[in-house]
Design a protein around this ligand. Structure first.
Ligand code: LLP
Length: 424
């Protein structure tokens, strides 16, 4: 294998002479240096995706990185340097922005069950707008505005009952989902906003779900918002932003590819401009998903009743997506992946439950103990959802930039695992 080979969508990971590299560095060397399991991210891949969105949506659009997808401080700094704002859902995420030393970034605050102290802290920090999720929040926002002595900018999250046709757990724009306000409640909320001195309507927000790969739901949702805006004068007064949420889908190794963000921008932006609205986006997975892999070492192979098991040192606590959502991340041998496959295997970790797997029924070469396995497209909701279940230290994380690498999270030590527990 002399030419470069890649997994679809993962532009900065390539096999050269049979060895997987992230940008200019060999993953075998990174595993040697930092140990496994290890998250490895490519800076160039993140920059590339950011530029792709910027190019499509233009200089005026707000790109608010969804912190929840990967909240590592170094990545937050990287996106701030690129000019991104942030989508937060908790006080913890605001504290991360502050801990990263990020000043004056645009920030939007979503979340279905916001609490008083979160609202106050966000208002003090100069939040661009809150996404209003329920009428319950109006009194909280009003009180926060009084205490902080500021007016409270609101982008009302409409539940437009559009099915994003994605996994049940990450679908958020249907009538039965807990998010946003249905149109009747939204009308009532808007009357309350109009009658309040502190509250100020600045836009609408929708977020239909995650891992959406067609433009249709986004366009359909905006049509519903347009109808709603046309219904009454107080539905459109003072509007500046249309926040179309995140959820831009990635390929997970499937040739069909990414959401076509250029097509989305081409179709949506003229419609927004006609209403004088600026686009705000909240991408997470699209920016970081394909930029990261989880690197794991093979512990051995075990014959199974139906299929053999490939035992590796990473487990569901390190990457929850396969067992929690049935997500299918591409997996491959870090060295010479073109060896003939040895039948299909289940890639499983050391955790004591049968739900502990990283991949099921995959064709892989006969990998030996000590070899390395890469799990692709693991940059989003990978490290962010790690657990210490089975008292397993959470993995280290490394950011690669060209020929250099930087440890951006050290592996948990064993004492880290019980550091919060009190010895009574
Ligand atoms: N905005 C809001 C209001 C959200 O709730 C989310 C994700 C995003 C933006 C970013 O979505 P993205 O662009 O990353 O798809 N843990 C799941 C995904 C949960 C998404 C939750 N909300 C997974 O691993 O697939």
């Amino acid at each position: 294998m002399n030419q470069e080979t890649r997994i679809a969508g993962c532009s900065q990971f390539a096999w050269r002479d049979g060895e997987l590299h992230c940008e200019g560095l060999s993953l075998a060397n990174l595993a040697e240096q930092y140990g496994t399991p290890l998250y490895v991210y490519s800076k160039a891949a993140m920059v590339e995706r950011y530029q792709m969105l910027r190019q499509a949506f233009g200089p005026k659009a707000g790109i608010a990185y969804a912190i929840k997808s990967n909240s590592n401080l170094s990545l937050l700094r990287l996106f701030a340097e690129l000019g991104a704002g942030f989508d937060l859902v908790s006080l913890g995420e605001l504290r991360r922005i502050q801990a990263a030393g990020i000043k004056d970034a645009d920030m939007v605050f979503a979340g279905v069950a916001k609490q008083e102290q979160e609202l106050e802290a966000a208002l003090e920090a100069g939040i661009t707008f809150f996404n209003l999720e329920s009428q319950r929040e109006l009194a909280l926002l009003e009180a926060a505005g009084e205490r902080v002595g500021r007016s409270v900018p609101i982008a009302l999250r409409l539940n437009v009952d559009v099915d994003a046709e994605t996994h049940e757990y990450i679908s958020t724009g249907r009538r039965q989902d807990k998010f946003g306000l249905d149109l009747d409640s939204a009308s009532q909320a808007l009357r309350q906003i109009r009658d309040s001195k502190r509250l100020q309507l600045v836009g609408y927000h929708i977020h239909l779900g995650s891992q959406i790969r067609s433009t249709r739901p986004f366009l359909e949702a905006f049509s519903r918002v347009e109808e709603f805006m046309a219904a009454a004068p107080e539905h459109r007064e003072g509007l500046r932003y249309y926040d179309l949420g995140g959820g831009f889908g990635i390929a997970y190794g499937d040739g069909a590819g990414l959401l076509d963000v250029q097509a989305l921008a081409d179709q949506l932006l003229p419609r927004l401009e006609a209403h004088g609205l600026t686009a705000v986006l909240e991408p997470g997975r699209f920016l970081v998903g394909d930029a990261g892999i989880l690197l794991s070492r093979v512990l051995g192979r075990k014959p199974g009743g139906e299929r053999d098991f490939l035992l590796v040192d990473a487990a569901m606590n390190d990457l929850l997506r396969p067992s929690h959502y049935g997500a299918e991340h591409p997996v491959a041998a870090v060295s010479r992946p073109d060896r003939p496959p040895e039948g299909k295997v289940d890639v499983v970790g050391p955790i004591c439950e049968s739900g502990d797997f990283l991949a099921l029924g995959r064709s892989l070469p006969d990998m030996q103990e000590g070899e390395l396995l890469a799990v692709f497209s693991a940059g989003a909701y990978g490290a962010a959802m790690t657990l210490t279940y089975n008292s397993r230290p959470r993995p280290a994380e490394v950011l690669v930039d060209g020929e250099s690498s930087q440890l951006i999270r050290r592996r948990d030590s064993y004492p880290d695992l019980w550091a919060q527990e009190l010895d009574l």
